[in-house]
Unconditional design. Structure first.
Length: 329
């Protein structure tokens, strides 16, 4: 034994361990007796490490455990890929093509359609025609509207992108593709990045607005605005391209994403009765896009609600303004 405060004598006769060397007495095997003791040198270790060997062994065990016990690095679980929220889209409604109402006798040559990059707002109109029509006569009514706008007004094509009859049937209006952002001729100053939807009939104060018609307008608006992930209850910033609108050319106006014609132009269109239905149409369109408020469907307030983001339109170019003036848009 080593007396307290004493020095352990090493079997080879050295009184002290060499600097930087630790001597360990090795017990010889054989019958459980100790025959001799020989020093074992561990280079680079000081005598204070003698009491740390159990700690080092524990650390080594932890490292082996972290490596899987076989000395290999543990496999890391790859992070789950981050996904962007799905856009709020709506199904494409059935749209009757131009070929169903435009015949060879009425059709005329016209320039190629113009396009914008996307549709961020929908303008609702009425055609200011009689309400008591048979829905089977709708193709003829649309054809007459086409003849009036391209004949008397000398426009290049029917101004409205879509038309909806009292039975809720949607008709393709202006040429260029129903799923594309075709520049229309429906709201003077605000034809860029918008779609014009005309309700066939006259919907001034006191007029009955068929539910099938407003449901069809909601479905159409939900689909067209959903292509750009626009909330029908929100707002859009649209740059006027014509001084004859409610805003001078170049002015950025904040308008409802689903607006009435009178929101951008001095007119009574689409009539007081249809304007009064637009808040409900906005809510229905938002519902078709899968949008909900904090406690179910967003409440109908009768006023546009803030959008998740405000969409801005670029300033119109000189060619845009000249084209709009030429076609009365």
């Amino acid at each position: 034994m080593v007396p307290p405060g004493g020095t352990a004598h090493i079997a080879d006769g050295a009184d002290r361990p060499e600097s930087g060397t630790m001597r360990v007495l090795r017990r010889a095997s054989g019958g459980g007796r100790t025959r001799s003791r020989r020093p074992v040198r561990i280079s680079g270790a000081g005598p204070f490490l003698l009491g740390c060997l159990p700690v080092l062994a524990a650390v080594l065990a932890l490292l082996l455990s972290a490596c899987g016990g076989d000395g290999t690095r543990p496999r890391r679980t790859p992070p789950e890929p981050t996904t962007r929220p799905a856009p709020h889209t709506a199904p494409e409604p059935r749209v009757v093509p131009r070929s169903a109402w435009l015949d060879d006798f009425t059709r005329h040559a016209q320039p190629p359609p113009r396009y914008d990059d996307k549709v961020v707002a929908v303008f609702v109109h009425h055609t200011d025609t009689p309400n008591g029509y048979d829905c089977a006569d709708t193709p003829r009514i649309v054809r007459d509207l086409y003849s009036g706008q391209t004949g008397g007004r000398q426009w290049d094509d029917l101004g409205y992108n879509f038309l909806v009859d009292r039975c809720g049937t949607v008709y393709e209006g202006r040429a260029g593709g129903v799923d594309r952002p075709v520049t229309g001729a429906h709201t003077q100053g605000f034809n860029h990045r918008t779609t014009g939807v005309a309700a066939i009939g006259t919907f001034t104060a006191g007029a009955e607005v068929p539910r099938a018609m407003t449901d069809a307008i909601a479905a159409l608006a939900a689909w067209k605005l959903g292509l750009a992930d626009v909330d029908p209850r929100g707002v859009a910033r649209l740059v006027s391209s014509n001084d004859l609108s409610l805003y001078p050319a170049g002015h950025e106006a904040v308008l409802p994403a689903l607006a009435g014609h009178q929101d951008g132009y001095a007119t009574t269109c689409p009539g007081a009765a249809l304007m009064a239905r637009l808040p409900a149409v906005r809510e229905a369109a938002a519902g078709l896009q899968g949008r909900r408020g904090p406690t179910g469907p967003a409440p109908s307030t009768g006023t546009p609600q803030p959008a998740r983001r405000v969409l801005r339109t670029p300033a119109p170019t000189v060619s845009d303004i000249e084209a709009d003036r030429r076609w009365g848009t």
